[in-house]
Design a protein around this ligand. Structure first.
Ligand SMILES: [Zn+2]
Length: 510
């Protein structure tokens, strides 16, 4: 999608093209130095225009989350001024939008932004990895969807962002931040979508770079107490990423990637992890009673988010390519975006011989237990379209969705004498739809059938469009596993036949 090309474009953009586009871009200033009441002051001059009025939007939703998060809720004191400093009339239309009158004469707009979470343990609604937090003198986790917006009438223009910050703070991001002076960073993007796609972690740096294949990977870590931990995480991640690389056919589809990891210790037992994927970075938030849980937790959250570089970031429908931040239309294919991503996350470790058959069987059992909490008769394509309304069922994409990925993988292997599984399917889809191309939501199942086997179409009709019970027992039997539907236990069959062994070998390399 937006890989190396994006990077070169950006580097070029900051040095040359920006000067010419000065009047045709949003020029933002974000002040991280003077925080008051936990609020950051943001101001910008709009692009040159001839508009009588304009509708300013802060996202209701962002790609990757299927729930209305209403980032406008964090905005207050929204004011517009002309070049003499005189106020110009603005009206708040709803939680996420404002009408700005006499827009052609507006020289500056300013507002205050409150943070979305002070602590990961706070039980506030909405996923924190899409919101921002400001802890003066320590750390800023910034998702631009909660700090910057756009005018609907001018929604595909460049941004130039100035950030005033503590001189000891370093900006960890997939973008190139340029030091303008001691306490100001600047960077540019070609449009709002790119801005939202590149979060930043600002703090005294604890960073490690590693190289995996062609990709330069930044690991940036923040914890209040532990300030030298990125190296340890980088060692863990390097193993995971190298295995992900071979799983993805030997080459990572990115040249630069940033893991922005924020960790908070808590008194409560256990671990909480939340992550949001982007084209060239991911924000991972963790909280646990001991930092020792962290390396292990990485394999699920960071690995899942990184696999998203395949889908939806490289393979997606029109609904995602032309994302509407105020009223998005959702795609039918969350089974692909979240289900298949989660399936790759559990399938990769066994395929790459990182875990034992027993451990793999336990992983599948966790998913079968997980899906019991949901209504498994619902059509997955309908559920996907209505994910915002059906938040009660949404998490099943990570449970039943992953298991449907597993069944699809085995069915494809069976039809192809072991040669084609979901890994190969995804490669074919990336070839056809990667880098700025998109598929038609209604045509995807037929396309997959055309590029693999016509027979596989019924799998989608029965289990994705329809709500037939998942054929897990039948599929696992084909690869020599016994699934007891009453106890939900999964065990190896005692005397598997040659066919079962061959299919298992093709499927998980064991
Ligand atoms: Zn995901």
């Amino acid at each position: 999608m937006k890989t190396i090309k994006l990077f070169f474009t950006l580097a070029f953009f900051t040095t040359t093209a920006l000067a010419q586009s000065h009047n045709h871009s949003y020029q933002y200033t974000i002040d991280l130095l003077n925080i008051q009441d936990d609020q950051v002051t943001v101001s910008f001059s709009p692009p040159k225009n001839k508009l009588e009025q304009g509708k300013f939007v802060i996202p209701k939703m962002v790609p990757g989350y299927y729930d209305a998060m209403n980032f406008g809720q964090y905005i207050s004191d929204f004011s517009a001024f002309d070049k003499t400093g005189k106020k110009i009339l603005t009206e708040r239309l709803d939680q996420n939008s404002w009408m700005v009158h006499d827009l052609k004469n507006v020289a500056k707009i300013s507002y205050q932004v409150a943070d979305g979470w002070d602590s990961l343990q706070q039980n506030t609604r909405g996923a924190k990895s899409a919101a921002s937090t400001f802890i003066q003198d320590s750390v800023f986790v910034i998702n631009y969807n909660s700090l910057a917006g756009y005018f609907q009438e001018m929604n595909n223009l460049p941004y130039k962002i100035n950030i005033k910050k503590n001189k000891d703070f370093y900006a960890s991001s997939a973008l190139n931040y340029i030091l303008k002076n001691d306490s100001t960073d600047i960077f540019s993007v070609k449009n709002y979508r790119e801005l939202v796609d590149a979060p930043v972690l600002y703090c005294i740096p604890d960073t490690t770079w590693i190289k995996v294949g062609n990709a330069e990977i930044l690991i940036s870590f923040y914890n209040k107490e532990e300030r030298h931990y990125s190296k340890k995480i980088a060692d863990e991640l390097e193993t995971i990423l190298k295995n992900q690389q071979s799983y993805l056919g030997g080459k990572l589809p990115v040249d630069k990637y940033a893991f922005l990891i924020y960790y908070e210790s808590s008194k409560e037992n256990g671990l909480m992890g939340d992550g949001l994927e982007h084209a060239q970075s991911t924000v991972c938030l963790y909280n646990s009673s001991s930092i020792n849980y962290l390396p292990n937790a990485l394999i699920s959250v960071a690995s899942h988010e990184f696999f998203h570089i395949v889908t939806p970031l490289n393979i997606h429908s029109k609904e995602i390519e032309n994302y509407d931040f105020l009223n998005p239309t959702l795609s039918k294919h969350l089974w692909l975006y979240e289900g298949m991503t989660e399936y790759a996350t559990i399938h990769m470790p066994i395929k790459q011989k990182m875990i034992s058959l027993k451990e793999f069987a336990r992983k599948i059992e966790e998913k079968t237990h997980g899906m019991e909490a949901f209504d498994n008769k619902l059509s997955f394509t309908n559920l996907s379209k209505n994910a915002v309304e059906r938040q009660d069922q949404y998490m099943n994409f990570y449970q039943k969705g992953a298991l449907l990925g597993l069944c699809l993988d085995i069915k494809l292997r069976e039809l192809s004498d072991g040669k084609i599984g979901t890994q190969e399917l995804v490669q074919r889809l990336m070839k056809k739809y990667g880098k700025g191309k998109y598929f038609n939501d209604d045509a995807l199942f037929d396309e997959i059938a055309a590029m693999t086997f016509p027979k596989i179409r019924t799998f989608f009709t029965d289990y994705m469009e329809g709500g037939d019970p998942i054929p897990l027992k039948e599929c696992l039997a084909k690869v020599g596993f016994e699934y007891d539907e009453t106890t939900k236990k999964i065990n190896l069959i005692n005397n598997p036949n040659a066919q079962q062994l061959a299919l298992r070998k093709a499927w998980i390399n064991q």
